[in-house]
Design a protein around this ligand. Structure first.
Ligand code: SF4
Length: 449
């Protein structure tokens, strides 16, 4: 140890009185001080949540696994420029999304830097915008969910379009989170009302019917269209290139404009295809004026151009979104693309994904309890109940089954990816059914791919 004590770095550390020692982080900090620091770092609003807050208990283990000393979550918002988001010119809207996303990541980094200078251990809580832990594809690709943290931190409340609406800035914000090892003297609480006006303009604007007037949200519809040039859509595009025998064959599947759009996404950041729900939302003190004072003009100048825009809408064949887009938007081109559950790489991912791709329109009239038994590499038992156009998933076998399905897990994943045929699986007894096969077919219709 005497060698270590003689080292210049160690000598300098003790000469400075042991600054930045972990003991410093045990002192509770004032939230007003931290709030000002975050605003100075570029945030437009900020709130604080203790890591033990019940509203985020489902995220706690994950947060602690990436940053074990986490005690406080700093949630912050950066404003977007409204007109840039509202225009039908998606290139302008995408630039605004991308620039604000960069700003959020920059602000998070600035806060972390300032924390380090204060001797507080801190870490960016995860990229703004969309999941980035790509090696976990098919599973949970994100470290934490910014939205529930922002709600707990009093940044806003969730509108029926599933975006956080700030009481002043409306939904024209992007969110970031920073984790720190220090407790605060006081924490933020959720705001006591929802800025969402229930005006349903987001319902009317969405080209895929993803947002139901009754508050239902069709994740698959939103993900397939709006995120066409992100993760799943990108892998589908690569598949189309690989399976094309000639350039002519490829061009039958992808127009030149679509190929160029993919280039644009790869070069300048992935293009959102719509996000019209955010564009039209009139909620928020700074935003609401034209909606209240000149409603007809507001609808005519903000909602109508998006509805009337000539564009391609991407839908899964046989989905509720396909039916909705064809009926509601005859002026738009509807293109079917493979998605749904076909990209799953694990049974865990398949079961987690079921509620996300469930098509309630296709489930009309279906009332059944399915007992699933997965064997082989990933052994698992699960119960899937479909009733009143809703889906419920439970671990293990619960209640009386209308149909029992036993399947070897790898075979099931290959079936989902359409790499093998159900008849082959039945003959080889990799798939066994007790109950009416019609129920299995009806199950499949609820999850088109
Ligand atoms: S558009 Fe209207 S209904 Fe939709 S989230 Fe905004 S305020 Fe709520």
């Amino acid at each position: 140890m005497s060698q270590l004590d003689d080292h210049p770095t160690v000598k300098q550390f003790y000469k400075g009185g042991g600054a930045n020692s972990p003991a410093g982080s045990l002192i509770k900090k004032e939230s007003a001080w931290l709030r000002q620091l975050c605003l100075d770092a570029g945030a437009d609003d900020v709130g604080f949540v203790e890591v033990n807050r019940p509203e985020i208990s489902d995220q706690k283990d994950e947060i602690l696994s990436v940053f074990p000393p986490a005690r406080t979550l700093i949630s912050f918002a950066c404003r977007m420029n409204r007109e840039n988001i509202r225009t039908p010119a998606r290139s302008v809207a995408n630039l605004e999304f991308h620039h604000t996303t960069d700003e959020v990541n920059e602000v998070a980094r600035n806060i972390v830097q300032k924390m380090e200078a204060e001797g507080i251990r801190a870490m960016n809580g995860g990229a703004a915008g969309f999941p980035m832990e790509a090696d976990l594809w098919g599973g949970k690709m994100w470290i934490l969910s910014h939205k529930p943290i922002a709600v707990a931190a009093g940044i806003g409340q969730m509108g029926i379009h599933r975006n956080v609406i700030h009481p002043k800035f409306g939904n024209f914000i992007l969110l970031g989170t920073v984790l720190i090892d220090t407790e605060l003297e006081t924490y933020s609480q959720p705001i006591d009302y929802n800025p969402c006006l229930s005006c349903k303009l987001c319902v009317a604007a969405c080209p895929t019917g993803a947002i139901g007037a009754d508050g239902h949200f069709d994740f698959s519809a939103c993900y397939t269209h709006n995120y066409r040039e992100f993760m799943g859509g990108f892998t589908d595009w690569v598949g189309k290139i690989v399976e094309s025998k000639t350039v002519k064959d490829y061009r039958k599947k992808m127009s030149d404009a679509e190929t160029v759009s993919m280039w644009q996404s790869l070069s300048f950041g992935a293009n959102y295809k719509a996000a019209y729900c955010i564009a039209v939302c009139p909620a928020g003190e700074d935003v609401i004026s034209p909606f209240l004072t000149h409603r007809k003009e507001f609808v005519g100048s903000v909602l109508k151009p998006l509805q009337e825009k000539s564009e391609t809408i991407y839908v899964v064949p046989g989905s509720d979104a396909e039916e909705y887009a064809l009926k509601r938007f005859p002026n738009k081109k509807v293109k079917t693309v493979a998605k749904g559950l076909s990209g799953q790489t694990s049974i865990g991912g398949f079961l987690r994904g079921l509620p996300l791709v469930f098509q309630r329109g296709r489930a009309k009239g279906l009332e059944a309890t399915y007992h699933w038994t997965f064997t082989g590499r990933e052994e698992r038992k699960a119960t899937v109940i479909i009733r009143n156009q809703e889906i419920q998933i439970e671990e293990g076998h619960q209640g009386a089954a209308d149909i029992q399905v036993t399947v070897e897990s790898d075979t099931w994943l290959r079936l989902l990816r359409k790499e093998t045929h159900i008849v082959w699986a039945l003959i080889r007894r990799k798939l066994r059914i007790r109950g009416s096969p019609k129920l299995l077919l009806a199950f499949g219709r609820c999850f088109p791919s």
